[in-house]
Design a binder for this molecule. Structure first.
Ligand code: GKR
Ligand code: MG
Length: 395
């Protein structure tokens, strides 16, 4: 088997106006579908960031490296590619090919699942009202209503709030109302994407404790390893990050500074599925938890996330996913179904997913029409409020 073709298909997919600390999502999010073909007619899929983050010259380099090679040479590809984002995308597509060639699921190629169902968290955002089923979420009570919709529809038992949008004490109130509504067994997380100062982070943690709201973890309350370490030193609630530990070089300083309790993996940024397995082992070595971060994604990445979460023994926290916000997937057949917040591993072979070519064409055309060329949440928010500035720390 030899790889004969690498195609990269940029797509622009409708997205609701979800708020975060640096702005609001544009009407479309960008992804790139990567498709490898082999001389024996197999197709391997993966998905990565849009061309704004994984630019065409990286795809061209990947093409030069992989075409003519056997997909099992993933490690050589990664060493030559250097960029973890493109290396991860190539690795996933190669694993998909290998699975299809051997009639095995990707999770089996990774050593076999330790769980048959993968738990996900409800990823709850403050948002503007729009033409979507969710309504406006601009106040603590509206966040509770959104959480009710998510739990009723998908059965989630972990709720993650994307914070850094309302003033901090209003977000404390949001968490208090969620705890009151969903009870002590529901795991709660709050992630303001490092928009709070160290002092504000400490205040929030203490106010949460005072209100009796224990979080599974507080995610990136403040910026950087040094800032996180100062917060962690003075609170008891665990801290998680997908911002200050984003590569191998961050692990030693984070461990040394005692900055975090949980590292959030992401196969798109860490260099693929096997990198996430390695991260799980490294974290366990230092008594750090490992979870999973998410950005807007399609069903190809959802499949990859499920496969890898099923094989990392210590991936105990429910994984994040933006999937419920996706109005329409690019996959053929039914979209992923959540049962009590969990999803089963696709039956395979490979990732176990195939594309709906018409939908891919629709979203590729949307990309070509150019409604959104790069992710710029700040620019989107300034369109709504010309006085707004992305100040960090804001509070
Ligand atoms: O979709 O706005 C968003 C999220 O804030 C995302 O971009 C973050 O990367 O989900 C992420 C996080 O946990 O920080
Ligand atoms: Mg985060």
């Amino acid at each position: 088997m030899r790889i004969t073709e690498l195609e990269a298909i940029p797509v622009a997919v409708p997205d609701p106006p979800l708020r975060n600390s640096w702005g609001v999502h544009a009407p479309y999010f960008l992804r790139t579908i990567v498709r490898l073909r082999t001389d024996d007619g197999l197709v391997g899929l993966s998905e990565t960031y849009g061309p704004d983050i994984v630019p065409p010259h990286l795809v061209d380099r990947a093409r030069e490296i992989v075409v003519g090679e056997h997909p099992a040479n993933m490690q050589r590809f990664a060493l030559r590619l250097r960029s973890p984002a493109i290396a991860g995308a190539i690795e996933v597509a190669c694993l998909d090919l290998e699975g299809r060639a051997t009639n095995r699921r990707v999770c089996d190629l990774l050593g076999g699942p330790v769980r048959d169902r993968v738990a996900f968290s409800a990823y709850l955002f403050f948002k503007y009202g729009a033409d979507d089923p969710w309504g406006e979420v601009g106040a603590p009570e509206q966040m509770v209503a959104l959480a009710e919709q998510f739990t009723e529809r998908f059965g989630f038992t972990t709720l993650k709030v994307k914070g850094g949008v309302l003033p901090p004490l209003e977000e404390v109130e949001t968490m208090r109302l969620l705890r009151r509504r969903f009870g002590p067994d529901c795991a709660l997380r709050l992630d303001p994407n490092a928009v709070w100062s160290v002092e504000t982070s400490l205040r929030v943690a203490h106010e949460l404790e005072r209100a009796g709201v224990w979080l599974e973890y507080l995610e990136d309350p403040t910026a950087g390893i040094a800032g996180m370490a100062r917060v962690r030193d003075r609170i008891t609630m665990p801290l998680a990050t997908n911002m200050c530990v984003t590569g191998w070089e961050d692990i030693a300083p984070a461990v040394e500074a005692r900055a975090v309790d949980v590292v959030l993996s992401d196969h798109h940024t860490w260099g693929g599925l096997r990198a996430c397995q390695e991260l799980g082992r490294v974290c366990a070595t230092f008594h750090l938890g490992v979870g999973m971060h998410s950005n807007n994604h399609l069903g190809i990445s959802m499949a990859a996330m499920i496969h890898v979460a099923s094989v990392v023994p210590t991936m105990i926290p429910a994984a994040d996913t933006h999937y419920p916000w996706l109005a329409e997937d690019v996959l053929a057949g039914d979209s992923f179904q959540f049962d009590r917040g969990t999803v089963t591993i696709p039956a395979g072979p490979g990732l176990g997913v195939t594309l709906d070519e018409d939908r891919v064409a629709t979203y590729h055309e949307a990309f070509l029409r150019g409604a959104v060329r790069r992710r710029d949440d700040t620019a989107e928010l300034i369109k709504r409020d010309p006085t707004w500035l992305p100040i960090t720390p804001r509070w």
